[in-house]
Design a protein around this ligand. Structure first.
Ligand code: AP5
Ligand code: MG
Ligand code: ZN
Length: 214
């Protein structure tokens, strides 16, 4: 099963993608997590990506597409994968379709986690992220057992650099301009499914399982 998670920054793509990956035993591929891991490790890709991410801008397609195309051709992706944060532009979506088309495959579902901008700004300030394993928490909605410590791997959790309110505003603007058009793109392909992302996390997950099948 090959799934794309769509949705604004903070809609809950990562939260749900992790659970989907577990339930259906497919890898969770988050371009944001890949970039953050590269930043943490001080790689060239990380240095380039950071310039854009800190402003809330998109990392250029040429740095993003090849990375994902390589990743989805690895062995563990044979039975499918869940993409989180990719594609984010029409050219990225076209590159993905072209790469899959070459091997006679296509995406199965594009799940849009729908949350209005007003709710997003409130969520972001409370988010805490583990930069070691990619787990995401929220100080109110999904707290760690011990404050500041990742439940999954024991590393420190942090407020992401791009979760400052002014950067969040810019990320939302970029989302509406460059990523929202993908909703129509996948509607035309007849694989778009929408879920109400303002519900509690478990209810959102149940809705997604209802779409993907148990
Ligand atoms: P990325 O890491 O993908 O960030 P994003 O899209 O802005 O999305 P987020 O990770 O902020 O939100 P999410 O939807 O995953 O929500 P989460 O589950 O954490 O990208 C970061 C940057 O990298 C981009 O700005 C760009 O620069 C670059 N980049 C990445 N991919 C790229 C690409 N393809 N092309 C170009 N550039 C790219 O949830 C948010 C919070 O809410 C959490 O605290 C969570 O616990 C809480 N929460 C989740 N669900 C609920 C719920 N139902 N109720 C209450 N709280 C909830
Ligand atoms: Mg995320
Ligand atoms: Zn962790």
């Amino acid at each position: 099963m090959k799934i794309i998670m769509l949705g604004a920054p903070g809609a809950g793509k990562g939260t749900q993608a992790k659970r989907i990956a577990e339930k259906y035993s497919i890898p969770h591929i988050s371009t944001g997590d890949i970039f953050r891991a590269n930043i943490k490790n001080g790689t060239d890709l990380g240095k380039k990506a950071k310039e854009y991410m800190d402003k809330g801008a998109l990392v250029p397609d040429e740095l993003t597409c090849d990375l994902v195309m390589d990743r989805i051709q690895q062995d563990d992706c044979k039975n499918g994968f869940v993409l989180d944060g990719f594609p984010r532009t029409i050219p990225q979506a076209e590159a993905l379709d072209a790469a899959l088309g070459k091997i006679g495959e296509k995406m199965d579902f594009a799940v849009d986690v729908d949350v209005p901008d007003e709710n997003i700004v409130n969520r972001m300030g409370g988010r805490r992220a583990c930069l070691s394993c990619g787990a995401t928490y929220h100080v109110v909605f999904n707290p760690t057992k011990e404050e500041g410590v990742c439940d999954a791997c024991g590393a420190k959790t942090v407020l992401r650099d791009d979760d400052k309110p002014e950067t969040v505003q810019n990320r939302l603007k970029v989302y509406h301009e460059q990523t929202q058009p993908l909703i129509d793109y996948y509607k035309k392909q007849d694989i778009l499914k929408s879920v109400d992302g303002t519900q509690p996390m478990d209810a959102v997950f149940d809705a997604i399982v209802g779409i993907l099948g148990a």
